[in-house]
Design a binder for this molecule. Sequence first.
Ligand SMILES: Nc1nc2c([nH]c(=O)n2[C@H]2C[C@H](O)[C@@H](COP(=O)(O)OP(=O)(O)OP(=O)(O)O)O2)c(=O)[nH]1
Length: 145
Amino acid sequence: MIDVCCALIFRDGCLLAVQRGKHSDHPDQWELPGGKIEPGETALACIRREIEEELDLEIVPHGFLFPVQHDYGIKQIQLFPFVAEIDSDELNLQEHQNARWLKAEELFKPHWQEADLELLRLNEKSILNCFGENDDNGRENQRPT
Ligand SMILES: Nc1nc2c([nH]c(=O)n2[C@H]2C[C@H](O)[C@@H](COP(=O)(O)OP(=O)(O)OP(=O)(O)O)O2)c(=O)[nH]1
């Protein structure tokens, strides 16, 4: 089982999706930025490192969602999702060919990798809450300025 961390990064009510390269595993498919946990690394350290490497950004993870396990046949992965915010939307894509900011109604539009689709379905209610301007208690979300 390969342990992979990924981040649901929200900014201005939109979720960041990134598209894998043409010559990667799962070419051209969309995913949440992230990557494999290295030996001895915590999941939190992994997601910070991966986002720095992939997007040249610092993230502030502030929650996590239910993980999913997925069997791709040739490999089995376990995907650990963090919810995070960033204080800049200046992405500097290092590994992906494209990025887009999805509105809530576009959540299932991209051609997601299979594990991501499961993750999004499993956590759909919590994810939809993250798009809104208000949290479950009706407070306005505080965004870093
Ligand atoms: N990063 C990421 N990988 C995902 C997601 N969904 C999903 O099935 N995967 C799979 C694709 C890959 O088989 C594996 C993660 O590999 P990766 O290539 O992104 O990770 P990495 O940067 O650490 O890999 P590497 O180049 O060091 O081999 O998990 C996702 O949302 N984000």
